[in-house]
Design a protein around this ligand. Structure first.
Ligand SMILES: *[C@@H]1O[C@H](CO)[C@@H](O)[C@H](O)[C@H]1NC(C)=O
Length: 119
């Protein structure tokens, strides 16, 4: 009976801790923002050298990071599309242990595009 209680309390504590680690969305700044920018640039470069789209990063307005099954970055960014600049919401969901485990979703004024690439 006593051990059941311990197990219950422990699993409750574990749930609380993992809920804090997973699922928490944090807005990035400083070196974390820099890392997020590198991640985004890397994805843009991979897609541009693959089947597109061909975007360059203008500037990051806001970036957040969340630990899910893998790692998820969400950005509000200005993307340079040839000679025009558009403001998009970009999500990079990274599961680098999978083949083509990096999924990039562009939500731009002209619609949504979902792409995958390798890590
Ligand atoms: C990301 O790419 C943009 C545009 O090419 C560049 O100006 C910027 O310095 C790059 N950022 C990093 C962290 O490499």
């Amino acid at each position: 009976m006593f051990s059941m209680k311990i197990i219950f309390v422990l699993s409750l504590a574990l749930t609380v801790v993992s809920a804090g680690l997973l699922g928490g969305v944090s807005e990035l700044s400083g070196s974390e923002l820099k890392e997020a920018e590198e991640t985004l640039n890397n994805s843009l470069a991979k897609l541009a050298s693959g089947d597109g789209p061909n975007y360059k990063l203008g500037k990051i307005i806001k970036a957040t990071h969340q630990v899910v099954s893998g790692s998820k970055y969400v950005y509000d960014v200005e993307l340079i599309d040839g000679s025009t600049t558009k403001t998009c919401n970009v999500e990079i969901w990274s599961q680098p242990w999978l083949e083509n485990g990096i999924q990039v979703t562009f939500n731009c004024p002209d619609g949504q595009v979902v792409k995958k690439h390798s890590a």
